[in-house]
Design a protein. Sequence first.
Length: 149
Amino acid sequence: MTKSLSYVEDCYTGIGEGLKAHGHEPTQLTFTDNARAEVTFHETVTPALKEGVVHVEADPYAHLPKYSLPEDVPLIYYDRGDLIDSACEGLLQMIISGSSERLVIGFDIKCEVEFDDQGVVSKAETKGCDVVQIATSDVVYVFKVNDKS
């Protein structure tokens, strides 16, 4: 079956118009097996479905303020091995000399994910580390370590 619902749009619109023309209440409930993917379609063709609805926020961190890097802290991006090696040598020297009190390291792991018809993950495959981020109190380095993406 196709993922597009455009072929039934006129049908849903016609149902709404027919209910209104005969003095019935508009559709108030619709069942779908893929609500996450179809919500916009159904709310567009059947506007009454939006009445009194509060959508649940899927991001549990949405209430937190967005982080922004202070203007005086540079972000340096490298995607070549020789430049990454040189920057890491400098970081090691900072650690050895004690000039950096804090080092924060982050990894961006590349994953390919496939979903089934219900929106459930059916396949997840890790493709390795794509980006390494290393931050001190003075500088943030972003190293692109996977050139296959």
